[in-house]
Write a protein that binds this ligand. Structure first.
Ligand code: HEC
Ligand code: HEC
Length: 325
């Protein structure tokens, strides 16, 4: 009997040693790096400075980039601390994405920007992978991807070269660990991605909600169980309840159930209620929706109504969310 216990003790000791050395490895290696595998086509990408393209890029950036990269001090996109990133993820700053050659992204090529925004693999930092505190855009239509790049190159004053530099980010062990076992870069698209036209209402709504603006990561059950490759496989897809932080990172605000369940979702809403909530952050009974639900004034009525049409096709989930006061 004693011998068995001894062997068991050795085994447990061995397992603990292995765990400790794996943990030490993850801690010191940090967030994993990946091979920067840009195709020839991406390497050669040169987006034209077309006025319409720049305007579309600016419109998209107000929903997709500026909230994280805008600095209240410089009034430009020189980056700021992400106060609403959960403490368990560490101290995270967004970066300077003005046109400054060394402190900003002035020296990135169009291809490098495209590759980074699609995959989340940093082409300048030896292939550093960027965890989910910066979104990736693997399914956005090529035209809109190009629009964002055209805008980043434009003479928009908030992008004018600025040398402001922020401290290094300090991700916790949890981020390093999850980036090793769960979070992965997104694959490059294998074909040209098109935006559905306005005649295909449900398809357009699905595109806007799942590929362009990404409503689903917030409106699923938890950020840790979101499936960015196949959004519909995210746990609690559009059923809400995801615990998010308020703007100061102090209080939890749970996302709403926006499936058509009449009791716990928005099944009793009208299309107008929905447009007012999504575009202007207005609650049907009066009052405003809480951060991080932002007004999406840059979406057209057609796009918001298309999302409404698409949500009618999403499976209802019964999930009563304890809402913020
Ligand atoms: C939710 C917040 C968030 C949003 C939205 C966001 N970013 Fe970021 N971005 C970050 C953070 C945080 C980093 C730094 C990550 C790191 O260093 O690990 C970053 C890094 C970057 C970098 C790398 C810069 C460098 O020099 O290393 C670029 C380029 C960039 N973002 C562009 C964009 C663009 C363009 C958009 C919109 C299409 C966007 N970001 C949207 C948070 C965000
Ligand atoms: C950054 C996370 C985030 C994103 C992105 C987001 N939402 Fe929300 N949304 C929330 C939160 C949090 C609430 C709850 C706010 C509250 O309780 O006041 C909410 C509330 C709502 C509501 C109100 C529902 C109700 O019962 O009151 C609707 C409708 C809605 N969101 C639709 C959308 C749509 C459509 C999109 C994409 C265009 C979207 N949201 C993107 C976080 C988000």
């Amino acid at each position: 009997m004693k011998k068995v216990l001894k062997v068991l003790a050795y085994l447990i000791g061995l397992v603990l040693l292995l765990l400790a050395s794996t943990a030490a490895f993850i801690h010191f290696r940090g967030i994993p790096k990946y091979e920067v595998a840009m195709t020839e086509e991406i390497r050669r990408l040169k987006v034209p400075q077309d006025t319409l393209l720049v305007a579309e890029g600016k419109r998209l950036s107000t929903m997709l980039c500026q909230q994280c990269h805008f600095s209240n001090e410089t009034k430009k996109l020189t980056g700021s601390q992400m106060k609403d990133v959960p403490k368990a993820f560490g101290i995270i700053y967004s970066r300077n994405i003005t046109q400054h050659p060394s402190k900003g992204i002035g020296e990135w090529t169009d291809g490098e920007l495209y590759y980074f925004l699609r995959t989340g693999i940093h082409p300048k930092n030896g292939g550093n992978y960027i965890p989910p505190y910066m979104p990736k855009f693997p399914r956005m239509a090529d035209e809109q991807m190009h629009a964002i790049i055209a805008w980043l190159r434009s003479d928009d004053p908030i992008l004018a070269a600025d040398p402001t530099e922020l401290p290094e980010i300090k991700p916790t062990f949890l981020v390093k660990f999850l980036s090793t076992v769960a979070f992965k870069p997104m694959p490059l698209p294998t074909k040209t991605l098109l935006r559905p036209d306005t005649a295909q209402k449900v398809a357009l709504g699905e595109y806007v909600a799942n590929s362009m603006v990404s409503c689903y990561p917030c409106h699923s059950a938890d950020l840790k169980t979101v499936n960015d490759l196949e959004p519909t496989k995210s746990v609690g897809f559009y059923g809400g309840g995801n615990p998010m932080m308020d703007i100061n990172g102090e209080q939890i605000v749970r996302t709403a159930n926006i499936t058509m369940d009449p009791e716990t979702g928005i099944g009793k809403w009208t299309e107008t209620d929905f447009v007012n909530a999504v575009k202007y952050g207005q609650k049907p009974g009066g009052g405003s929706l809480a951060y991080p639900m932002m007004p999406h004034t840059a979406l057209s009525d057609t796009e918001v109504k298309a999302i409404w049409a698409y949500l009618q096709t999403v499976p209802k989930i019964k999930n009563k969310v304890e809402r913020a006061k």
